[in-house]
Design a protein around this ligand. Structure first.
Ligand code: HEM
Length: 431
């Protein structure tokens, strides 16, 4: 493979896989801009052989869309969906017989995936979500109460953008508030372990083997917790999504325990750090632009544009992986059956061919067909919930906050997978 022009230089490869690159975005966006022009589908190989499988990095919007939508050619299984180390895969195989410690919607392909997806699809549609709008608004008010109690300055991520989406997800799963910190910690052990400030576990300093063991422990704790919850919902069903999963039948049979646990875990974990990041990003953009805040206060019809642009602009899920089922041409490269591909949503959502002046936050961007929720069969199950949560929170904030401005430098998390602000200092005057 040496001398293969498709292979990216080591320095670029390192930048793509290094969690720290995602903490200071602009240099990374510069690299994506260059690659889109010169090598829109380019190969990344590990410097140290065997660390991870080589993969193709996709940076153009059109290619990312094509791969996302063609679920027959580009499979989620058998390899883990997120960029991960071989050692972790081997550990998982030994422990569970699967490449992933958790088998969930993101790991399955047809014919299993559509059957599982169908179980909760209706629950996550706007018509059903309208039923819980009042509960979400009450959570938004309680969160803003707490923020305003802090006085004129706050860290918006710590006080609002972090806890609010977690509370929403826990509420739909029927997890009581006293268990939320545990859920938060477990999620960060699963996904956020690359950032020393966020994991709170010292994971950033551990060897890959130690990390995998810690993650395996987190998965086991989740599984036990949700097995109890499912039993409660079988005994006493309610109209929450936990009851739908607990009582679901596939081909006339209840879900096997591992799949049921995986379903709970994906809903519990996929919905909060993501929505936290887009919420914090929206506030960052508004805090920098007092005129936009004032316009929004006067005209709430502009809010949906702010929400959508914040989701594109932040692209909280930074990538997912696919495996080619057959030989296929993509972006001028010959992809072989079995090759691994990274759909990089950050790169795709900053493609100037689709989004003019992509680094600019433009709430009036139209069309804004971003890929932050993915596309195709695996498109985010919770996208309507994410938009609803953000809309309600900003409605409450616009009612109750008069002015908002930055009170320090925002800081981004160190993470290759789900990323975004971990700190957003604001000064606020209440309405
Ligand atoms: C701004 C917030 C969010 C973003 C940016 C986001 C992004 C994504 C992305 C990129 C995918 C993979 C799509 C693909 O492979 O094509 C995904 C899948 C998923 N998301 Fe979200 N998500 C968000 C919020 C939520 C919420 C609130 C929930 C639910 C509580 C949720 C639940 C899921 C689930 C269950 C999947 C797997 C779907 C499948 O494989 O069929 N997400 N999300």
């Amino acid at each position: 493979m040496a001398g293969d022009p498709a292979i990216l230089p080591t320095a670029i490869a390192k930048q793509i896989i290094d969690p720290h690159s995602y903490a200071s975005w602009d240099p990374l966006l510069d690299t994506f801009d260059t690659l889109r022009e010169t090598q829109p589908v380019a190969k990344i190989v590990p410097e140290q052989e065997g660390l991870f499988d080589p993969f193709w990095l996709i940076t153009r919007y059109d290619d990312a869309m094509r791969v996302s939508k063609d679920n027959a050619t580009f499979l989620n299984n058998p390899r883990p969906v997120v960029f991960s180390f071989k050692q972790a895969i081997e550990f998982s195989r030994a422990a569970t017989g699967s490449n992933m410690l958790v088998d969930s919607l993101v790991v399955f392909d047809a014919p299993v995936h559509p059957k599982y997806r169908k179980l909760t699809q209706d629950w996550f549609m706007p018509r059903n979500l309208a039923r819980i709008e009042g509960e979400i608004r009450a959570l938004a008010h309680r969160t803003v109460d707490r923020m305003l109690e802090q006085g004129p300055t706050c860290d918006f991520v710590k006080e609002v953008a972090g806890p609010y989406p977690l509370r929403v997800v826990m509420q739909i799963l029927g997890v009581p508030p006293e268990d939320e910190p545990r859920m938060q910690m477990l999620t960060q052990q699963l996904f956020g372990g690359q950032d020393a400030d966020l994991s709170g576990t010292g994971m950033a300093d551990m060897t890959p083997e130690q990390v995998v063991q810690l993650v395996a422990g987190a998965v086991k704790t989740f599984e036990d917790y949700f097995a109890d919850l499912a039993q409660q919902r079988r005994d006493n069903p309610t109209d929450d999504v936990a009851s739908v999963i607990a009582n679901a039948l596939v081909d006339g049979k209840p879900l096997p325990p591992r799949d049921m646990a995986g379903y709970y875990i994906i809903v519990a974990t996929a919905g909060h750090d993501t929505t936290s990041a887009s919420t914090a990003g929206a506030m960052q953009a508004l805090a920098k632009d007092p005129d936009q805040w004032a316009r929004l206060k006067a005209d709430r019809s502009l809010l949906s544009g702010v929400v959508e642009e914040a989701i594109r602009w932040t692209s909280p899920v930074q990538h997912f992986m696919r495996t080619a089922a057959e030989d296929v041409e993509l972006g001028g490269q010959q992809i072989k059956a079995g090759d691994w591909l990274m759909i990089n949503y950050v790169a795709a959502n900053h493609d100037p061919a689709q989004f003019p002046d992509p680094r600019r936050f433009d709430a009036s961007r139209s069309p804004n067909r971003h890929l932050a929720f993915g596309a195709g069969a695996h498109q985010c199950l919770g996208l309507h919930l994410a938009r609803l949560e953000m809309r309600i929170l900003f409605e409450v904030l616009l009612d109750r906050v008069n002015t908002v401005k930055l009170a320090g430098d925002p800081r981004r998390a160190t993470s290759t997978f789900v990323g975004g602000l971990k700190s957003l200092p604001l000064s606020i005057t209440p309405a």
